[in-house]
Design a binder for this molecule. Structure first.
Ligand SMILES: [Zn+2]
Ligand SMILES: [Zn+2]
Length: 1041
């Protein structure tokens, strides 16, 4: 009843179920930890708080509009958004000589000259954003006045309509027409709100001019028109220039000068009743990126000007900076519309005073605005509280008492202003605090569920023989358990997640107790190397609790990796079987196995050492000097192009040549099977495409050719790799049968790759002793028949990773490849030398998985990543993706999804490749034992060892249990890492550095774990398929003869 196919299927499902259980726990933890803000679905209306004060209305009488909550100070407003306008771009330093100025310094003199010539009509302040500093989040903040929550960072690639009350809707509702020019994000955030719009695709950061030229073309014309009350023009050139070249490139100088000219023109055209705002949505880092919370990124500029403005001369120095959320109430009250319901900003009351009111009237107007602002914020806080949210008691009481003071006592205007301001500032602080509040019960139950799932994993690792027929009920039990746990969450609308996850954990514990006979008799025999490995793993896991460890994790991981491999090499050298006949003293023989082991060890040292060139600096690593490898070819000065190009090319060549050489040596690239042909030529073709793509990029940077041509090459590469992967999955046999009569010559170096005796053995197995050796075909590549398709898959995936990672990081991928190969060699030698028989060699166990696990972590850092959001490689989003295709409908969504996928692929390339290639840990000793027989000790001289990986086909049960324990051990190690970083993020949730260090660390670990699970399962499924196909092939071969 239980055929071999079914057993493989069961193994696959078991791994799937166990990793799914850990994932459920992880998701519940994340749900409690990464809370989102609850949206209050109310909108402010004109009649909410109409003040009865008799303020004389002077300025707005032009269109006879008394305004909504208070009389408007201005009739119209022009808002120029210069994306990524950092504050220091706008200040003018007179002491700086022109020739000393950096490309971004002193290039916008318009602000300085306006501040000098119109001191009472203009104002320039640092305009401080809340992180995450991505354009979409900023536009959300700038229009709704609400604070972003941590999780918001993930929504950048999926623009969605803003439904929460916002300034745009308020303006439209109150009959003020809006015209918008520039960035098309506006259309996706506010569809159908604008009377007129001229929008241009914003996604292509390589394109510096399309949006700006479009805006400039329409701006003068629109300014002359009378219909709009608010005109928004959003320029993207500065931001894109930063992404492409960085702020210190001559292009930035040209771009800022261009913006300066635009602003000068607009200033000259501004009418008396119009308020001009020039603002940046965020800044940029010294490399031109943004997204994080460094002061470079959060400090943009705001410039205000109106001929009617009458700023008190003393206000300007008092204003140190302004928060971006403050723009919403300021603009709303200045234009006479209600402040959006959920806005938490504080009105900039100074700009409500115009030249046509006296100083007393101006004062009264400021107090009125602040009072309205306080009422609006208070109403929002009450509504938010009514929806079941809790505020910190001390702050809430303080806010109440401030409110009381104002209403009960008669205060001087100055006092009133001070108290209102204090209230608004405090309210914002309080909200910032609650939106990083945690659901402790949910977090704990999630952690508990993860922990029990880890225990379950451990049980299956220590008794992998559960797949045997007599224990199959255990496996079915686990599958049932997983189903029940998942079904529990159907009731999430009736019970809390906390309750359901506790029930789930209890079910797992009950299962563990019921099946305790499975693991009760297991005895652990630990030797010294085991203790060292355990200690190193403990350092790795417990390190998550220390902020300096997390900051330095790239160094620690490299150290642990080298330590693990050294332990392995030393174990191989000092193995029991090296001892003399009496068991005393070592026989210091330098046989080929030991020598190659040490050589591999040295290569690994060099590779890990060199990989530090490719590490990215964290903000906290103040000593770290960023290398040039992360700057794409286009960002390098032209004279550096050739150097880069000719260092990346040899790496690319080696990355293709080395695995290809290996496959040739093993005899897997012979014959004319479709899969073989594709494996022979696809990597070469991909390599040529990658090289051509780089060349084209370099040429683009110099000659400024269009972007259209650039997407073709990566797309061809993606297509070729998809075809190859599909073909290898469908036809995974990379072997070649040569009939003895044939005289064909075969490219194969190693005579051991021919296994006639294997065939004989097969015959014995299936047909009894009836042997006829006349017609034995020669089979090439059978000894590596299982690993070869996997190697082919890995090469192709690596080619995709190379093109997504960018030219600078090819060297890093080569180093990683060499390290992995060296580690496999050391492990293989150590496995041969420490095992008693062939069975033991094909049982990898936890210890051999450790170094593979640490390698995958090391790979994350080596490919230039850090667990922080600013260090994501956004450039990867544009490889082979172009915006504007298929308009703004489905095509756009497809492209954003593709972009998000590419960034993910870039970030987790190491997790993906090591997960896929995991079965190599099991296969490497068997393959090396055949291809390089000198590496194995002479006592393994049986027939069996010469069968290489075909041994696995011969012993399906043992193979399945080895694969099970291999996959589960690897998943367990990654799961443990996530578990400890989740615990760290939770326990240290009040730590100063939680949002800067621990929470991002946890999120990166968690996503890495999910990628790992998926890739391990895919790699496992693929290996099982290869084994299945090999089995049926060998049966067929017998039947034919
Ligand atoms: Zn932006
Ligand atoms: Zn940007």
């Amino acid at each position: 009843m239980w055929g071999p196919g079914w057993s493989s299927c069961l193994l696959f499902i078991l791994v799937l179920c166990l990793s799914e259980l850990v994932t459920v726990g992880l998701l519940i933890f994340s749900h409690g930890f990464l809370l989102t803000r609850q949206v209050v679905p109310f909108s402010s209306t004109c009649h909410d708080f109409k003040l009865k004060n008799n303020i004389q209305d002077g300025s707005a009488s032009a269109d006879n509009d008394a305004g909504c909550w208070m009389p408007p100070a201005f009739n119209r407003s022009v808002i120029l958004i210069v994306d990524a306008l950092r504050y220091d771009f706008t200040i003018y330093n007179h002491s700086l000589k022109d020739e000393d100025a950096l490309p971004y310094q002193n290039k916008m003199p318009v602000f300085d000259s306006m501040l000098r010539s119109h001191a009472r009509q203009s104002l320039l302040v640092p305009f401080v954003a809340d992180a995450p500093t991505t354009t979409m989040q900023r536009l959300k903040g700038l229009t709704t006045g609400s604070l972003p929550t941590f999780i918001d960072a993930s929504h950048n690639f999926a623009s969605e309509e803003i439904t929460e009350d916002n300034i745009i809707d308020q303006l439209v509702r109150n009959g003020k027409q809006i015209t918008v020019l520039g960035d098309d994000t506006w259309a996706s955030l506010f569809p159908h709100r604008f009377t007129r719009s001229h929008l241009f695709p914003s996604f292509d950061v390589m394109d510096l001019h399309t949006v700006d030229r479009g805006v400039k073309k329409h701006l003068a014309e629109e300014l002359g028109k009378g219909e709009w009350k608010v005109l928004i023009a959003h320029f993207l050139g500065v931001d894109h220039c930063g992404h492409r070249y960085g702020p210190t490139h001559p292009e930035m100088e040209a771009k800022l000068k261009e913006m300066n000219q635009v602003i000068e023109n607009v200033v000259n055209m501004i009418e008396r009743d119009t308020l001009l705002l020039v603002l940046g949505d965020h800044g940029m880092t010294p490399t031109g990126d943004h997204g994080g919370d460094s002061s470079y990124e959060v400090t943009s500029a705001l410039f205000l000007y109106s001929p009617a403005l009458a700023l008190f001369p003393h206000t300007t120095p008092a204003l140190q900076s302004m928060a971006q959320v403050d723009l919403v109430p300021t603009l709303a009250l200045a234009l006479g519309v209600p402040v959006p319901y959920s806005s938490l900003g504080k009105v900039l009351e100074h700009i409500l005073v115009t030249t046509d009111v006296t100083e007393d009237e101006g004062d009264a107007r400021q107090i009125q605005a602040l009072a309205l602002n306080v009422k609006q914020v208070q109403r929002y806080l009450d509504a938010y509280k009514d929806r079941g949210n809790i505020y910190p008691e001390d702050l809430w009481q303080k806010l109440k008492s401030l409110n009381k003071t104002v209403s009960e006592t008669k205060l001087s205007p100055r006092e009133q202003k001070r108290i209102f301001t204090e209230y608004l500032v405090l309210a914002k602080v309080m909200c910032q605090e609650i939106w990083v509040k945690f659901n402790v019960a949910e977090i704990l139950s999630g952690l508990f569920l993860m922990f029990t799932a880890l225990l379950l994993l451990l049980v299956f690792i220590i008794c992998p023989s559960t797949l045997l027929t007599e224990k199959i009920s255990v496996v079915r039990g686990v599958i049932l358990l997983t189903l029940i746990v998942n079904l529990l969450f159907v009731f999430s609308s009736y019970f809390t997640l906390t309750f359901l996850s506790c029930v789930a954990s209890c079910l797992i514990v009950a299962w563990l107790i019921k099946h305790r006979q499975l693991y009760a008799k297991t005895k652990f025999v630990l030797s010294a190397p085991h203790y060292i490995r355990l200690l190193l793993m403990a350092v790795l896991f417990l390190g998550s609790f220390s902020n300096s460890y997390v900051v330095m994790e790239n160094h620690v991981v490299a150290f642990i990796l080298l330590s693990l491999v050294s332990v392995e090499a030393i174990t191989a050298y000092m193995s029991q079987h090296n001892k003399g006949a009496g068991g005393k003293g070592f026989k210091f023989s330098m046989n080929p196995g030991i020598v190659s082991c040490w050589l591999a060890m040295c290569m690994m040292l060099v590779c890990v050492r060199c990989s530090t060139w490719f590490w990215k600096c964290r903000e906290e690593q103040y000593w770290c000097i960023p290398g040039q490898v992360h700057i794409p070819l286009t960002g390098l000065p032209p004279d550096a192009h050739n150097v880069r190009y000719f260092t990346s090319l040899p790496s690319l060549g080696l990355l293709i040549w080395l695995p290809r050489r290996w496959l040739l040596t093993c005899g897997n690239l012979n014959g004319t099977r479709f899969g073989v042909l594709l494996t022979r030529y696809t990597p070469l073709a991909c390599g040529v495409l990658v090289a051509a793509y780089w060349a084209l990029q370099a040429a683009t940077a110099v000659y400024n050719i269009g972007i259209k041509e650039q997407v073709m090459l990566p797309r061809l590469l993606f297509l070729a790799s998809i075809i190859h992967l599909t073909a290898v999955f469908a036809l995974p046999l990379l072997i070649y049968e040569l009939h003895p009569s044939s005289k064909a010559t075969v490219h194969c170096n190693s005579p051991t790759a021919l296994i006639p005796q294997l065939y004989r053995r097969l015959k014995e197995k299936y047909n009894g002793q009836n042997m006829q050796s006349a017609n034995i075909p020669v089979v090439y590549g059978l000894a590596t028949g299982v690993s070869a398709p996997l190697v082919a898959v890995v090469i192709t995936v690596l080619m995709v990773v190379v093109v997504v990672a960018g030219d600078g990081l090819t060297g890093a991928l080569l180093l990683l490849f060499l390290s992995a190969a060296a580690s496999l060699l050391v492990q293989a030698v150590s496995a041969w030398r420490t095992s008693h028989n062939v069975e033991a060699i094909s049982e990898p166990g936890l210890q051999r998985v450790c170094s593979w696990f640490v390698l995958s972590l090391h790979g994350f850092y080596t490919t230039g990543h850090q667990p922080t959001f600013p260090s994501l490689h956004w450039g990867a989003a544009f490889v082979g993706v172009r915006v504007g295709e298929g308009g703004s409908g489905v095509g756009w969504n497809m492209n954003t999804a593709a972009s998000a996928f590419l960034v993910g692929l870039n970030t987790y390339s190491s997790h993906l490749v090591f997960g896929l290639a995991l079965p190599l840990v099991l296969l490497a000793p068997l393959a090396l034992g055949v291809i390089a027989p000198k590496l194995r000790p002479t006592r393994f001289e049986g027939d069996e060892t010469r069968h290489g990986e075909f041994t696995l086909v011969e012993k399906p049960d043992q193979t399945r249990s080895s694969l099970l324990s291999l996959s589960l051990s690897y998943i367990l190690l990654h799961a443990a890492k996530v578990f400890f970083s989740a615990m760290a993020a939770f326990i240290l949730r009040r730590h100063l550095m939680v949002w800067k260090i621990f929470a991002p660390h946890f999120i990166f670990e968690a996503v890495g774990f999910l990628v790992t699970c998926a890739s391990v399962i895919i790699g496992l499924g693929f290996t099982l398929r290869v084994l299945g196909v090999l089995t049926s092939w060998s049966e067929q071969l017998l039947r034919r003869s």
